[in-house]
Design a protein around this ligand. Structure first.
Ligand SMILES: Cc1cc2nc3c(=O)[nH]c(=O)nc-3n(C[C@H](O)[C@H](O)[C@H](O)COP(=O)(O)OP(=O)(O)OC[C@H]3O[C@@H](n4cnc5c(N)ncnc54)[C@H](O)[C@@H]3O)c2cc1C
Length: 564
């Protein structure tokens, strides 16, 4: 990615064949798909890339076992189609970004023999539907085998478990890497830039967008022959900006997760809790040294604040704790996040958990706007392929082949599981930092470390107790368009998920590095640091985790800067 000021010049007032609105998973995938097919594309994102739903996922690459039951019991062909497509896309997602993904086994514990039999049959069907896309066969594990893999699982009455395989990924990094790969292919992308209006030709067809730079309030235009709306849960706002009479189609539901220390439930495998009181499944997944627990699912309005609430915490722990030998308490929670699932509404007004997870592509005949709505992370590439087929139709081009099916993403080339060792041989860094860097940047980690050979202070940690180094902040600005403390801590390096308290500690250091690097911007000031800290405190408060613990583990530097 180029730096923001340079990219702004490349985009402002320029002509493109395609303008994609929304830099989440769907928009980034559409932009990459189009650019690789030779369609000159610009991607415009109002906040940060992955700043909305696409960094709030459970981070599972899956067909969706929960949809399997519905597909079979309801003899539902649409659910079956969604499932099979996702099962096949799993493999592509794993292969195209080996540095950001891994295979993951899920254990479904059973406390009755009848459940074991039911699950075993169901998961064999899951394997069978995956066909050549099967990751590894599901299998029964005895009581002892299950306890060996999950020593803190409640043993009382445990019969055994059924294990099956899906995948896991780093959603925020995957999203940013899609944008990186798109710009490497010659595309142009800008974050913190909001589409506020459209440019039209005499017949009313969209021919470009008016964009407001959210960091400066300057407005500029982008000309494009076709516009794709990939704005996720708020797709209706763009649909209605194009055609005010368009009826609403999105039915967003709020989904929340919390993170616990992994030593409360040490495991390499994921736990699937098969039935909550409202008939859903719940996951507890090892994630970057934490246990990620989710989800709640509640239909919301556009006004609902997307934060983890005290009620979300109570719901998640109420369902998790019966499965733990040592129940977790609210104050064990280290962080959390909530997002809006972009479901496309059905007409029967049913529960959000019953709405289709499939995507819908709509071509507005009046404005020519193409909207891609719904779907899930696992199928982002296939959704983009279908969307760009439609774009080529609108451009009056013959349909061309997709190049993204087997296209290695940025940082994935020459990646091997032990490439972190090379970094420790070449640079004076710990094993933990090397592992962290390759898990975020793949083979591009070398470029991050090059910055620290030019300025040794950049090899220092951002905050004690977390392996990220200061060079990542500089790299984030220069190569990944990071422009705020949250861009860095939440999405570039993942510290905000690891610990809200440590994110508070890290804010002054990150703020100062950003202020030094963002010479063109006045947005990262002491007020910005305080603003970020205030936001995290608000998250703690909403989740009922206030008053704060004493700021333990704060670095000397962050303590000093807090005193200033
Ligand atoms: C809690 C949760 C857990 C999930 N877990 C999984 C999972 O484990 N596996 C899986 O496969 N799927 C999962 N999903 C689904 C998946 O995360 C979403 O389907 C996917 O991230 C949607 O991406 P998107 O790009 O469509 O939307 P978003 O990520 O919301 O992106 C839309 C973007 O459009 C931008 N935008 C809006 N208006 C404008 C404008 N006017 N100008 C410019 N930009 C604009 C927004 O800022 C936003 O960044 C989960 C969803 C949720 C909510």
């Amino acid at each position: 990615m180029r730096g923001r000021p340079e990219e702004l010049k490349n985009i402002s007032g320029e002509r493109f064949e395609l303008c994609v609105i929304g830099g989440g998973a769907t928009g980034a995938a559409c932009a990459l798909e189009a650019q690789l097919r030779g369609v000159r594309t610009v991607l415009i994102e109002a906040g940060d890339f992955a700043g909305a739903t696409s960094s709030a996922a459970t981070k599972i690459i899956h067909g969706g076992v929960r949809y399997l039951e519905e597909a079979i019991k309801g003899a539902d062909l649409q659910e079956y189609h969604v499932l099979v497509r996702a099962l096949h896309e799993r493999v592509r997602m794993l292969e195209n970004a080996p540095h950001l993904t891994r295979k993951l086994e899920f254990l479904v514990p059973s406390y009755h023999w009848i459940d074991v039999a039911y699950l075993d049959v169901g998961l064999k069907i899951y394997d069978w539907l995956a066909g050549p896309g099967r990751i590894s066969p599901s299998k029964y594990l005895s009581h002892d085998e299950t306890r060996k893999r999950m020593p803190e699982l409640n043993p009382e009455g445990l019969v055994g478990s059924v294990a099956y395989a899906d995948g896991q990924f780093d959603d925020a990094r995957y999203n940013i890497t899609l944008v990186q790969t798109f710009t490497e292919a010659g595309g142009n992308a800008l974050n913190h830039a909001k589409v506020t209006d459209f440019l039209r030709d005499a017949s009313g067809k969209l021919r470009g967008a008016a964009v407001t730079d959210q960091l400066t309030d300057n407005t500029f235009s982008v000309n494009a022959n076709v516009i794709v709306n990939a704005t996720g849960p708020i797709a209706d706002s763009i649909r209605q900006l194009a055609t005010p009479s368009a009826h609403k189609r999105m039915r967003p539901s709020k989904v929340a997760h919390v993170l616990l220390p992994l030593d409360s439930f040490p495991t390499d495998d994921a736990l699937l809790i098969p039935k909550t009181e409202d008939g859903r499944v719940l996951f507890a997944v090892p994630w970057c040294g934490r246990l990620l627990v989710g989800t709640t699912d509640e239909e919301v309005t556009a006004e609902t604040e997307l934060v983890v609430t005290k009620q979300d915490v109570e719901y998640l722990l109420r369902h998790l704790n019966p499965y733990l030998a040592r129940p977790a308490k609210p104050h064990d929670i280290v962080s959390g996040f909530a997002g809006a699932r972009p479901l496309v509404g059905s007409d029967d007004g049913g529960d959000t958990k019953k709405l289709a997870r499939d995507d819908v592509i709509e071509l507005d005949p009046l404005s020519g706007l193409i909207s891609i709505m719904g779907g899930k992370w696992t199928t982002h590439r296939a959704m983009a392929e279908d969307t760009i087929d439609r774009v080529e139709g609108s451009l009056g081009r013959p349909r061309t082949e997709s190049w993204t099916r087997n296209h290695l993403l940025f940082g994935g080339r020459d990646f091997t599981d032990d490439c972190w060792k090379k970094l420790t041989r070449r640079h004076p860094i710990s094993d933990d930092t090397a592992l962290h860097l390759v898990s975020k940047f793949g083979t591009a980690a070398e470029d991050v470390l090059t910055l620290s050979t030019e300025d040794r202070s950049l090899a220092d940690p951002i905050v004690g107790g977390y392996p990220a180094i200061r060079a990542e902040v500089i790299y984030g600005v220069r190569r990944e368009m990071a422009a705020s403390i949250e861009d860095v801590l939440a999405r570039r390096i993942g510290l905000q998920l690891y610990s809200w308290h440590m994110a508070i500690d890290a804010a002054p250091t990150v703020g100062r590095l950003l202020a030094r690097e963002l010479t063109w911007s006045t947005s990262v000031t002491e007020a910005a640091i305080n603003g970020y800290v205030g936001k995290i405190r608000h998250l703690l408060h909403a989740a009922g985790l206030f008053p704060e613990r004493s700021v333990t583990g704060a670095t000397e530097e962050s303590r000093r800067s807090q005193e200033v």
